[in-house]
Design a protein around this ligand. Structure first.
Ligand code: GDP
Ligand code: MG
Length: 175
């Protein structure tokens, strides 16, 4: 039964993190339910919308996937301006990507938007045998910095819908 307090929320969501960590793959898994081992690097516009319905609210996500400018940190402020939520992604098989994720976390914190919903996401957990970054390490760093944390696999779909539902729930609560 639809309650009369059902809210319609439109929210900009941005993905940040090093090239190759699986940002586009996570979005395509969520939006299209698909995965490709040969995901082409994102060039040009990368904008997706997806609607999630909760009991208490309907959330329309405007998802901004980084379009190959991951290396250019100076573009970031323009890119995440007006965002309600930010997902910083690293790849558990790459310590380097974790170090770069920390840079993004720090940059978002310098901006000091207390209302921003922030997630640190450790992707590619299906590649356990190649793991370089421990779960506890990621979890602890997230916690220390006030980020929520999830380990995901765009390939197997592990925790991907959960990630976007968690964000939707936080948005509904904040609205
Ligand atoms: P982006 O540059 O951050 O957008 O990363 P992409 O989504 O383009 O992914 C980079 C590469 O990693 C592609 O070859 C993907 O198929 C692969 N990839 C992405 N997510 C996963 C995952 O969860 N597991 C595995 N095994 N590979 C992944
Ligand atoms: Mg991409």
């Amino acid at each position: 039964r639809r309650s009369n307090t059902n809210k319609n929320i439109q929210a900009k969501l941005v993905l940040l993190g090093d090239m190759g960590t699986g940002k586009t793959s996570l979005v395509l898994r969520f939006v299209k339910g698909q995965f490709s081992d040969y995901q082409e690097s994102t060039i040009g516009a990368a904008f997706f919308t997806q609607v999630l319905s909760l009991n208490e609210a309907t959330i329309k996500f405007d998802i901004w996937d980084t379009a190959g400018q991951e290396r250019y940190h100076s573009l970031a402020p323009m890119y995440y301006r007006g965002a309600a939520a930010a997902i910083v992604v690293y790849d558990i098989t790459s310590s380097e990507s974790f170090e770069r994720a920390k840079k993004w976390v720090q940059e978002l914190q310098r901006r000091g938007n207390l209302n921003l919903i922030t997630f640190l996401v450790a992707n590619k957990v299906d590649l356990e045998e190649k793991r370089e970054v421990g779960k506890e390490e990621g979890e602890l760093y997230a916690k220390e910095n006030g980020f929520s944390f999830l380990e995901t696999s765009a390939k197997t779909a592990q925790n991907v819908n959960e990630l976007f539902y968690e964000i939707a729930k936080k948005l509904a609560k904040a609205a």
